[in-house]
Design a protein around this ligand. Structure first.
Ligand code: NAP
Length: 284
């Protein structure tokens, strides 16, 4: 019998998370007279990246955070970017730093990310944050994987002992997703562009995470009946990595695109910025 899946609406959960963030930002303002502040750094003039950054700034302002925007020319060198990120890391008026990915092929992105002090790494992109996700420390989590976990928890999806298949292994999405799922005692398979027989792996999954950036790569017919399907992919034309219309008759829970994972990513970014501001305050 086909399943009637429940839609996992990230926009609804994000609204609740954001209103809690706004309440915390107001309390912070009452205590300090300043706002938890997110600095965004954009290198170059890629239209999609500029839109993402604007959206993050708009949401920050909407929910009571301060913003600082640094726009750098496409020709910016790694050393120049490192200088900017170092001075933001040292600036007590900035609590969180977001370097918009990608930064351009001539820049050593890993070096740039790792310049961000872990205490302000609210996007969860530094090696230190990755280590704490993998090893169970107290650092910030990568926003999209963390938002996905919040969605799964909100829908009471048990993770322990479940077989989770993550399709994609990027440093900002697939790898931290796998680390966080492993920490929650899922059995994790990570697939990537060299994986043989992707269909076979996806068909074994209790939980499928699409994190590729290829429209509808994951076919609906591959989904095990009753599986939980999370689509983090976002491709032109509001199309995800999962063939949604094919998957809805088989999945028990599924995220829509848009309105699924995307709003949760931003909600986690804002919440972690307030976390960073509160932590800085408590450390004097
Ligand atoms: P990325 O850096 O390009 O990584 C894509 C991953 O997919 C790589 O690991 C790649 O494997 C793998 N891959 C490519 N073709 C494949 C294939 N045919 N079969 C299996 N795996 C394949 O992308 P990303 O930054 O992680 O983003 C992935 C998607 O998520 C994009 O659509 C992006 O827009 C979306 N995204 C959404 C949010 C959100 O907030 N909703 C946030 C971030 C990203 P290799 O490692 O072997 O190359």
């Amino acid at each position: 019998m086909p399943y009637s899946p429940v839609l996992m609406r990230g926009d609804a959960l994000a609204a609740a998370t954001n209103s809690e963030t706004a309440r915390r930002a107001r309390e912070y303002f009452s205590a300090t007279g300043t706002r938890p502040t997110l600095a965004t750094v954009l290198v170059g003039d890629d239209a999609a990246s500029a839109t993402y950054v604007r959206m993050k700034e708009r949401r920050s302002e909407q929910f009571g955070l301060g913003t600082r925007h640094v726009a750098l020319a496409r020709s910016t060198s790694t050393d120049e970017l490192v200088d900017v990120l170092s001075s933001l890391s040292d600036d007590p008026a900035v609590h969180g730093i977001l370097l918009q990915h990608p930064v351009g092929p001539h820049i050593d992105e890993r070096n740039a990310f790792d310049t961000i002090t872990p205490a302000k790494d609210v996007d969860g992109v530094t090696s230190a944050s990755f280590a704490s996700m993998a090893l169970g420390g107290r650092g910030f989590e990568s926003c999209t994987p963390s938002g996905i976990l919040r969605l799964l928890d909100h829908h009471l999806v048990a993770l322990s002992g479940k077989h989770a298949v993550v399709v994609g292994r990027s440093p900002i999405l697939g790898k931290p997703m796998a680390a966080l799922l492993l920490r929650r005692d899922a059995t994790v398979t990570v697939c990537h562009s060299r994986t043989r027989d992707l269909e076979h792996h996806v068909a074994e999954a209790d939980i499928v995470i699409g994190a590729v950036g290829r429209p509808e790569l994951i076919r609906g017919g591959w989904i095990k009946p009753g599986a939980v399907v999370i689509d983090a992919g976002y491709n032109p034309g509001n199309v995800g990595d999962v063939d949604f219309s094919g998957a809805v008759g088989r999945a028990s829970l599924i995220t829509p695109v848009p309105g699924g994972v995307g709003p949760m990513t931003i909600a986690v970014l804002l919440a972690q910025t307030v976390d960073a501001a509160e932590a800085a305050l408590s450390q004097g």
